[in-house]
Design a protein around this ligand. Structure first.
Ligand code: UDX
Ligand code: UDX
Length: 451
């Protein structure tokens, strides 16, 4: 059993802290947001993550998990201090490390015994050295026995607890291999491969992994765009490709592309690091451009079918950047709504979990009624000239399409996640478009032109 402090109770810090508690450790989760700490202490989750409520309550009741705003309290017996605060993109794509600094300084000011400080947040290559400097400077005159270890997270929102408990690997980096081995010990019961390397290499493994996953998605989206013109079906292309063990089938779902608080920020940060150090990340630039273009394509398609979008009503099903999360950060839906608003369209949105987060983003438009937040899919499609599926929530899989069609003003659908079956949709009388299924989209074209 170890004593662990986790700074930051966001999507990553909270999952990290509660899972370490579930493994039998004593964990303090610290946050600077009083509302968040208060709610967590009352068993109210600040984020939606399947299974989080139960595992937090179980560990709070077992006395293994506590929440605080006090570094003194959180670090009193701590042997490990994880930094899991936000590292948002700065203006030019560089990761903003102000919160990492304040966490490192908070630890340096409060700690009075040897500590291992672990960077859990995604931080630019070299940040481990930088945190070492920050802490050393902060402790000038008051020597502290501390080590810094990089331990990047590979948690997907919506499956974060499982990704923590059943990881493909744990990655650790440090100038002190003993410190890295001590952190490795925390993960021992998970019985997974552990990679121990130096700080910069561990930090790069995180960026390279996310950038590669984003590249796979932009690759299949480029293939989808080519399939569109050549009359092929990208869904079946992906199946045929994925059976090759060297390729695999994961992360080959064509659609409106990647969003979230990680891929956009991490790919941008990696490209920025590359340029800063005199290399030319042309592949990463193309990966980002393809991704941006996927959103534009949806609006282009709508404009083609509806002629003008001004004063048209468009239903958006799904606001979160992916299913099973309430996180709307960098969600493709937000960009599509922005593009539609620029063309004078009225947007009616529904999402099973993310409406409250969306209300904060669209407060102005919400007042002007140019963005209407609805409480069901049917309410969102009522009177709509077209429907865009942006997030493939399970509850959208089997909508009552007769009811949908009769509620809409015109039966036009753009399926941004290829969730539905084109033949079924066309049989239901929809003018149905999806991404990269050129064979079906050409039929839709015929249907639309009434030939
Ligand atoms: C963060 C990083 O953004 C991401 O790059 C990394 O991979 C994982 O950690 P996330 O958990 O989504 O991701 O961050 P966020 O949801 O923004 O939560 C950060 C939490 O840290 C917030 O609750 C915030 O209040 C807290 N925080 C921020 C502190 O406790 N101290 C600070 O100084 C700043
Ligand atoms: C990602 C990484 O998967 C995870 O390892 C890392 O720690 C954090 O970033 P996350 O952003 O939570 O996790 O979600 P992920 O499931 O990777 O999806 C990211 C985006 O890619 C979503 O917008 C999703 O809709 C999109 N996506 C994913 C596709 O468009 N196609 C795919 O095939 C897979």
């Amino acid at each position: 059993m170890s004593n662990i402090c986790v700074v930051g109770t966001g999507y990553v810090g909270l999952v990290t802290g509660v899972c370490f508690a579930d493994l039998g450790n004593q964990v303090f989760c610290l946050d600077v947001n009083p509302d968040r700490v208060e709610k967590l202490s009352q068993g109210i989750m600040p984020i939606y993550e399947p299974g989080l409520n139960e595992i937090v309550l179980r560990n709070v009741n077992a006395g293994r998990l506590r929440f605080t705003m006090s570094y003194d309290e959180a670090l009193e017996d701590a042997e490990f201090a994880f930094i899991a605060v936000g590292t948002p993109s700065g203006a030019d794509g560089e990761a903003d490390l102000q919160y990492v600094r304040s966490a490192a300084e908070g630890i340096a000011d409060a700690i009075d015994h040897p500590i291992i400080i672990i960077n859990k947040s995604t931080v630019p290559v070299g940040t481990g050295d930088w945190v070492t400097e920050v802490v050393s400077k902060r402790r000038a005159g008051k020597p502290l026995d501390f080590k810094v270890v990089s331990n990047p997270e590979f948690l997907r929102e919506g499956s974060a607890i499982n990704d923590f408990m059943v990881p493909d690997r744990v990655v650790l980096g440090s100038t002190d291999q003993e410190a890295a081995k001590s952190v490795a010990h925390l993960y021992l019961s998970l019985r997974c491969p552990v990679v121990i390397t130096d700080l910069r290499t561990a930090e790069m493994i995180k960026y390279a992994s996310n950038a590669f996953l984003a590249t796979r998605i932009s690759f299949i989206n480029e293939i989808a765009n080519i399939c569109e013109e050549l009359g092929a079906d990208v869904e079946q292309v992906a199946v045929g490709m994925g059976l090759d063990k060297r390729i695999g089938s994961a992360f080959l779902n064509a659609g409106i592309g990647w969003g979230g608080s990680c891929f956009p920020k991490d790919v941008k940060a990696l490209a920025h690091m590359a340029v800063l150090h005199g290399t030319h990340p042309q592949l990463l630039q193309a990966v980002m451009e393809i991704n941006r273009n996927q959103r534009r394509q949806v609006v282009y398609r709508l404009r083609k079918v509806l002629k003008s979008l001004s004063d048209k009503t468009i239903a958006i099903l799904g606001l979160s950047f992916k299913p099973n999360t309430d996180d709307i950060r960098e969600a493709p839906s937000l960009e599509i709504i922005h593009l539609l608003q620029n063309e004078g369209a009225i947007v009616r949105c529904y999402d099973p979990q993310a409406i409250d987060n969306a209300r904060q983003v669209f407060s102005e438009e919400y007042q002007k009624k140019s963005v209407v937040l609805c409480s069901s899919a049917i309410e969102a499609v009522s009177g709509a000239d077209a429907l865009v599926l942006t997030t493939e929530w399970n509850e959208f899989k089997n909508l009552d399409f007769e009811q949908v069609k009769s509620a809409m003003r015109s039966p036009v659908i753009v399926d941004g996640r290829n969730l539905w079956n084109p033949e079924v949709m066309q049989k239901n009388g929809f003018i149905y478009y999806s991404i990269g299924r050129g064979n079906y989209n050409q039929q839709a074209q015929t249907g639309e032109n009434g030939q």
